[in-house]
Design a protein around this ligand. Structure first.
Ligand code: ATP
Length: 214
């Protein structure tokens, strides 16, 4: 069976090294064919992003340039309406009928999963891989506890041998960077150097998209 495709969705307002390092470690660990970054045009359950969809897409493209295992999937930018992951996964499943698809999520995103649109359908379309902090325990009660019992696996092999339906949890290096803090830092007139790739910093400097005067 061909190697699984990893899908890393996000608002990416802006993309930073926390996203990139997590995606890279999971690419290596899970032996993924590639990680596709899928920026959300119109994300549900949160305030509207500050940077435009086009600019966030440009920063994601800049961030992954030169890394062959990373690609950018702009389908949510081309779709109208709210960017629901279940719609994106359904489209990808139609394109890749026999391929393992792995939705990569940070711990915070996973814990919010029961609030996602048609969330119970996600595992019929893809595996879910959760990047967690060392010491964090998977939920054992509530709706997530139940799906962990039914779908949890400790075997990477399952992600290769099945096309969807497993939840795999693994620790990755924790970089305490968030897009929210980055935006605040830029508003305060500080330099985001070493928190984002230089290519992204160049776009930030050029467009001044988070600067107070904008
Ligand atoms: P914001 O602060 O605006 O909410 P964010 O930094 O959390 O943004 P998102 O674009 O909302 O970034 O997140 C996309 C995905 O990346 C989610 O699955 C989230 O859990 C994960 N993620 C965000 N920050 C990190 C980080 N520092 N390390 C690992 N994963 C992260």
């Amino acid at each position: 069976m061909p190697q699984p495709i990893g899908l890393f969705g996000g608002t990416f307002d802006p993309i930073h090294y926390g996203h990139l390092r997590t995606a890279f470690e999971l690419w290596q660990l899970l032996r993924l064919q590639q990680v596709r970054f899928v920026p959300a045009a119109n994300p549900p359950h949160r305030e509207q992003p500050l940077a435009s969809p086009e600019l966030r897409l440009r920063m994601v493209r800049a961030a992954v340039s030169g890394q062959p295992c990373f690609t950018v999937d702009d389908r949510e930018m081309r779709r109208t309406g709210v960017s629901y992951s279940v719609d994106t996964l359904a489209e990808l499943r139609a394109e890749y009928a026999d391929r393992s698809l792995c939705l990569l999520l940070g711990m915070d995103a996973f814990l919010g999963l029961p609030h996602w649109h048609r969330w119970r359908e996600l595992l019929g379309l893809a595996h879910i891989v959760v990047a967690h902090r060392p010491g964090w325990k998977a939920p054992t009660s509530g709706p997530l506890g139940e799906v962990m019992v039914d779908h949890g696996t400790g075997a990477i092999r399952d992600l290769h041998e099945k096309t969807a339906g497993c939840i795999y949890v693994h620790a990755v290096t924790q970089l305490e960077i968030s897009s929210t803090e980055l935006r605040q830092l830029i508003v305060a007139g500080q330099d985001p150097r070493y928190l984002v790739p230089d290519e992204v910093r160049q776009v930030l400097l050029e467009t001044r998209c988070y600067s107070p005067a904008q």
